[in-house]
Design a binder for this molecule. Structure first.
Ligand code: ZN
Length: 399
């Protein structure tokens, strides 16, 4: 039986509890503590995904002190890494860990965006925890490799470089680390939203929605669909990659987007991708929070359709080529778009021969008025605008 085993603090990472146990035990050698924790069995701990170590330790504690579900749910990153698992797979993983077997999850990206591995802490939490509990400890949420800020204090996290693989051999309690001052690093615009999203994926009770995926709709609405107009709009890998590089910079781009493929995207939009990072990064990039990601279905809006309808509403009669150019598509695509949404062409279909001329002399103010009005209704060619107004007026009179 393990005596003096510490009660985990709220939000404490399991490895941190083991470090505190090592201090309490008073042993000099890490190996002695490890031997005691696992009754001489060889175990791995301190990884981002817990293994059989949690159950092994609990079996050496008096019954009722700590439950395995409490440990896995509140003191490891398991809820984060299994957030997007299908129900059956999730149940299997949890069952295996409950009985002290491995999780079977192998591919977890352990590096931070700069490519290094390490443990992280928030300098403000360090001080407040010391005040409140008498010692600082490693928070589990800070250990998510992608998380840039402390979700509570919004301060940039400080990393202590060490390979996770080494943590099975050494105990590195946070109290042994000298607390650095907050780094006054400039925060990128995405850092707060990404921090909130990752924290929600760890701590909130979300599951993939059944029958729809809001990330897909949001990407289409934000214009990340391919240019080809078809009944089921597919996403453009290139557009998403380009946007991700511009939004997150090269380091995150290289780790999470450089190898993005349409196969990965289709797994993502059907909730079949199991790792949480790309869901989080893409959702934040399109301005989505976790409530919307897992919330009721959002209506997909085709940005091209919206544009086309706004031109229709403005009532200016453009030639087909002009209208297509204004919308940034080819004239042929305009036909496909109209067909897809069953919109009657409101643009001139055939190029007519125009060789009659009305010369219109205006004062500077009159000219400015016409110019302004044209600008407000879409800003096409001024003569085309004037002609459509005149014709419109005359045709209405006739009617
Ligand atoms: Zn903090």
């Amino acid at each position: 039986m393990l005596t003096y085993f510490p009660t985990p603090y709220p939000g404490e990472w399991w490895y941190s509890v083991l470090c505190r146990y090592h201090i309490r035990s008073g042993y000099n050698k890490y190996a002695t503590t490890i031997n005691e924790l696992y009754s001489g069995r060889k175990m791995v701990h301190g990884r981002l995904i817990p293994g059989g170590d949690c159950a092994a330790i609990l079996s050496n504690l008096p019954p009722g002190v700590l439950s395995i579900d409490d440990v896995l749910q509140n003191h490891t990153l398991l809820p984060y890494y299994t957030r997007f698992f299908l129900t059956d797979k999730k149940r299997q993983v949890w069952e295996a860990l409950r009985v002290g077997r491995g999780s079977g999850i192998t591919s977890v990206r352990t590096q931070m965006p700069d490519g290094t591995e390490g443990l992280k802490y928030c300098p403000t939490c360090y001080l407040l925890d010391t005040e409140k509990y008498g010692e600082p400890f490693w928070h589990r949420v800070h250990q998510i490799p992608l998380i840039p800020l402390c979700p509570m204090h919004r301060t940039p996290l400080i990393a202590v470089p060490i390979k996770f693989a080494r943590l099975s051999e050494v105990f590195l309690p946070l109290t042994s680390i000298h607390c650095q001052k907050s780094i006054s690093r400039e925060k990128a615009p995405w850092m707060e939203s990404l921090t909130d999203m990752l924290t929600a994926l760890l701590c909130r009770d979300y599951a993939p929605t059944v029958g729809y995926n809001n990330l897909h709709a949001a990407l289409i609405n934000a214009g990340y669909g391919v240019d080809k107009i078809s009944k089921y709009q597919t996403l453009s890998v290139e557009k998403i990659q380009e946007a991700a590089r511009a939004y997150y910079g090269n380091q995150i781009y290289e780790q999470y987007f450089a190898s993005l493929s349409s196969a990965v995207l289709s797994r993502l939009i059907s909730w079949h991708l199991s790792s949480p990072e790309r869901y989080a990064l893409i959702a934040v990039m399109v301005g989505m929070d976790s409530e919307t990601l897992f919330g009721p279905a959002i209506e997909p809006i085709d940005p091209l359709l919206e544009k086309l309808l706004s031109y229709k509403k403005a009532g200016v009669i453009y030639g087909k080529t002009d209208l297509a150019a204004k919308m940034g598509i080819q004239p042929g695509q305009l036909d496909s778009l109209a067909q897809k949404y069953n919109i009657q062409p409101f643009w001139r279909q055939i190029q007519q021969e125009r060789n009659r001329c009305i010369r219109l002399l205006l004062t500077a103010e009159e000219y400015a008025t016409v110019w302004e009005s044209n600008k407000n209704s879409g800003g096409g060619q001024l003569a085309v605008f004037a002609r459509s107004i005149v014709l419109n007026f005359c045709q209405k009179k006739e009617g």
